[in-house]
Design a protein around this ligand. Structure first.
Ligand SMILES: *[C@@H]1O[C@H](CO)[C@@H](O)[C@H](O)[C@H]1NC(C)=O
Ligand SMILES: *[C@@H]1O[C@H](CO)[C@@H](O)[C@H](O)[C@H]1NC(C)=O
Ligand SMILES: *[C@@H]1O[C@H](CO)[C@@H](O)[C@H](O)[C@H]1NC(C)=O
Ligand SMILES: *[C@@H]1O[C@H](CO)[C@@H](O)[C@H](O)[C@H]1NC(C)=O
Ligand SMILES: *[C@@H]1O[C@H](CO)[C@@H](O)[C@H](O)[C@H]1NC(C)=O
Length: 425
């Protein structure tokens, strides 16, 4: 407004010059020991000559609207400056520029500040209404989250404003530092962190403070962006090739807020989709080729659901085990063949032995021995007298090799055999 006034004044000085004071901004928040800039421009008709210019602060018991002049913060007559503000101000003191710097602010500086100028004309006295309200911040900082929604969760796409403020005011003239999950967000330097459309990536814990003054940092505040499951994918444990007979677990992984409440597992086999499970994990105790197929899971929360990408499972017939089994089978077969061959040969040999043994015994059967015995039997003449004894001593003598029969192999047979024979009349 006042810029327009200045502009108009430059173009038509006499025509538009009027009585005015404008402040910018209307209220300020400052840290203790900081300096504040009260930006100010004033105007009055050129016909009036300035007598005094000053900034005043109504005292606590006075009206705070500027109608009662309080203590002088600055005065073009230095003697009138209040003790509390001596050497603490810098006045612009340039044509129509009434800006004031106040240094080393303390809590007692809290209050209203007004600019007033007086001319030599008795009616030419003017106070800029409205004034500037100075508040001295009470630390620590705190983060407040503002959305258009009331009592509703923040969803993706919502506009959100995070404000770094103190208990009593928002600092605007200081450079800020913002942190997300304790990491500095370099591009955020104002007291307000504006997000025009939040995404799941913005979910996190936020804190703020003044640049280079970590000690004044605020506690962390959660930006609880709600979103349906994202990045739903299957991970297979253990990883690598799936051997037949091994156990494996499929895990349905996702990123969701709030946490996923329902999982569903599906298997696609020969174009048929079948529902196979409802837990986060789907376990196969002993993998076999019937588990071959394509799998996907669905993760669902209050915000919605998403299907995972399809994961194909291929159960491999354990080639190592198979090799050993084959080797073992071949070995056993060979052993069996070997045994058969050996057994066969044994039987053949036995048969041959049997037949070659049998033939000679048939030629000289054991009976012939008895024949020999009877042949050699001779009645002793003495025994004829004494027949009562009934005992007969017989001298058995086996035939010697003189006979045409083949000799008996057993040499023992050559010895004398005694036998008790009963003699009957
Ligand atoms: C203000 O500063 C001047 C010189 O810089 C010094 O002589 C004077 O004592 C100071 N006054 C106060 C009240 O600090
Ligand atoms: C008024 O003076 C202050 C301090 O010298 C300066 O920073 C500001 O830019 C001036 N304003 C205008 C509009 O010239
Ligand atoms: C700032 O003001 C305080 C009292 O409010 C005083 O103790 C301190 O010395 C001042 N600092 C400077 C640099 O003038
Ligand atoms: C999700 O799971 C809960 C129990 O955990 C069940 O009551 C509800 O019906 C399920 N919702 C869907 C859509 O499957
Ligand atoms: C997810 O899978 C289910 C079951 O096959 C199907 O009904 C649904 O349409 C799928 N959703 C998407 C987004 O593809």
């Amino acid at each position: 407004m006042f810029y327009i006034n200045i502009l108009l004044q430059l173009l038509f000085p006499a025509a538009v010059a009027s009585w005015s004071v404008s402040y910018n901004p209307g209220s300020m928040c400052a840290l203790e020991r900081a300096s504040v800039d009260f930006s100010c421009m004033f105007d009055c008709p050129d016909s009036h000559r300035l007598k005094t210019t000053y900034w005043f602060k109504p005292e606590a018991h006075q009206k705070q609207d500027g109608s009662q002049v309080g203590i002088s913060v600055y005065n073009s007559e230095p003697a009138k400056i209040h003790q509390l503000y001596k050497n603490r101000t810098t006045y612009a003191n340039r044509d129509k520029n009434c800006s004031l710097q106040l240094h080393n602010v303390s809590k007692s500086d809290t209050g209203m500040y007004f600019f007033r100028f007086e001319t030599y004309s008795s009616r030419g006295k003017y106070t800029g209404w409205g004034g500037i309200k100075l508040t001295v911040a009470v630390l620590p900082f705190r983060v407040t989250v503002k959305t258009k929604k009331v009592n509703e969760h923040i969803q993706e796409g919502d506009p959100v404003a995070l404000t770094c403020s103190t208990e009593n005011c928002i600092l605007t003239q200081e450079p800020f530092a913002w942190f997300k999950n304790q990491r500095l967000i370099p591009e955020a330097i104002g007291s307000v962190l504006q997000i025009t459309s939040v995404s799941s990536d913005d979910f996190g814990y936020y804190s703020c403070g003044l640049k280079n003054t970590r000690s004044a940092s605020a506690d962390e505040v959660l930006l609880d962006v709600r979103y349906s499951p994202k990045n739903v994918k299957i991970s297979v444990l253990p990883s690598g090739k799936i051997q037949e007979g091994n156990s494996l677990t499929l895990i349905c992984e996702s990123n969701a807020n709030p946490a996923v409440t329902n999982y569903s597992w599906f298997m696609i086999k020969e174009a048929y989709v079948s529902y196979i499970g409802s837990d986060r994990e789907f376990s196969i105790k002993s993998a076999s080729q019937k588990d071959d197929g394509q799998y996907f899971c669905t993760a669902k929360n209050d915000m919605g659901s998403q299907n995972s990408t399809v994961t194909a499972l291929k159960v491999e017939v354990a080639s190592n085990r198979n090799f050993f089994l084959t080797a073992a089978a071949v070995f056993l077969f060979l052993m069996a063949v070997l045994l058969l061959v050996m057994f066969g040969r044994l039987i053949i040999r036995r048969r041959k032995q049997f037949t070659s043994k049998k033939q000679p015994t048939e030629q000289t059967p054991a009976v012939t021995v008895t024949e020999e015995i009877y042949e050699n039997l001779r009645k002793s003449p003495e025994s004829e007298d004494n027949l009562t004894t009934n005992v007969l001593y017989v001298d058995l003598r086996l035939a010697s090799s003189t006979s045409d029969r083949p000799p008996c192999r057993n040499q023992e047979n050559d010895t004398v055999i005694y036998s008790l024979l009963s003699y009957k009349h």
